[in-house]
Ligand binder design. Structure first.
Ligand SMILES: [Zn+2]
Length: 111
């Protein structure tokens, strides 16, 4: 009894903790009642750092709202969203990167 150090447990606890933090940060970003852009932007950057550190997958819903290049949180002033050929096209006006989301006719052809 006693003196047994369970390293495995602390490791899985840490991962579970990071998932919990990820969920909390995501909910801040997705929360429509949180009007502070600064807080959301801050959370977005923290979330990206967390994901990278723990190799977590970005929650899809949140991933769509953050520029993968300059990490800015999209809003109506810094991004342009269009739907073209059934694809969602998000242009970041800050770093001028364009993201295409969803299967358009082209991605069908590529297979
Ligand atoms: Zn950008």
């Amino acid at each position: 009894m006693g003196g047994r150090r369970s390293q495995n447990k602390s490791k899985s606890d840490r991962k579970r903790g990071s998932i919990k933090v990820q969920r909390e940060l995501s909910s801040i970003i997705l929360d429509n009642e949180t009007t502070s852009v600064e807080l959301k932007q801050n959370s977005a950057e923290k979330l990206i750092a967390l994901n990278r550190k723990h190799r977590l997958k970005m929650p899809k819903q949140v991933g769509l709202m953050i520029c993968k290049k300059c990490y800015v949180l999209y809003d109506t002033n810094n991004s342009r969203t269009r739907i073209k050929h059934g694809q969602l096209i998000i242009s970041c006006l800050k770093c001028e990167s364009v993201r295409r989301i969803g299967g358009g006719p082209k991605s069908h052809r590529r297979r």
